[in-house]
Design a protein around this ligand. Sequence first.
Ligand SMILES: [Zn+2]
Length: 338
Amino acid sequence: MHGTVLYGPRDVRFEEREDPKIVEPTDAILRLPATCVCGSDLWPYRGLQPIDSPTPMGHEYCGFVEEVGSAVRNIKPGQFVVGSFAASDNVCPHCQYGYQSSCEKREWMLRAQAPYLRVPLASGTLVPAPDLPSADLVPSLLATSDVLGTGWFAADAANVKPGGTVAVVGDGAEGLLGILSAKQMGAERIIAMSRHEPRQKLAREFGATDIVTERGADGVARIRDLTKGVGADSVLECVGTQEAMMQAIQATRPGGSVGYVGVPHKVDLDGAQLFFSHVRLHGGPAPVRRYLPHLIGLVLNGKINPGKVFDLVLPLNQVAEAYKAMDERRAIKALLRP
Ligand SMILES: [Zn+2]
């Protein structure tokens, strides 16, 4: 088969690779009807997260089970399954506490921008859909694998409650689905920070009630204005830069919570500033596995349509163009068809 490999900054190649096969008895092999590019793939693509050697790419996946190892129990060939970017056994203490992305046996997924994928720890990692979903639901099911699961964790970590006021920093796919998540959790007011018209439109569709176009200190001031000087109960930080993190902390009311899911790049927090801000911080790599059964159910029952974040669809062999379009912000998120 062919798969996606990053060779260096802005050098994505779709090239011949070995077909994945069962290596451990706990593995499964999936056939992927669709895959996609993640906002976090853009960090190494832009050279902001250097790579040592050519790196197979892709960590968001759903698909049909082709084959399972001899130790896999609850997953069967022919099923449609979704997994997270962190493979997990789902039985260790961290998994039991709901932090599967810190599993004692965690393996970061790679190689999903390809037609076939090997998934380790298949029994713990994969969640089967009750029936084979119709093709039109595949983009939304694919979204649950990372971008929705991560947005959901951001909202959960920010302690979004019914009736609450929420601000979302970042208008990438994660931020947009953070808005959808906050809406599902019953937030009354959702302030999206975005300066891009198509993204503002989708933000409103997902449940944003207000749009703030200002950034940095001006953005914080605007959120304070909108909340009678108090600040938001919950702020979702979905970028990972110093500016975004400070914006999130400063836009939160004393006693409120920041849920941060942007992978931090050169973020330094000042202890005294944090001390006097009086905010709770929780975040990290989202334990998507915890939320998958619920999110898959919401998609299958037609309650949510997170697949709307895919505003570009390309054949998988044009994956380099998918990266380019997202890098240039011509696309929010690209779906790839093998
Ligand atoms: Zn575990």
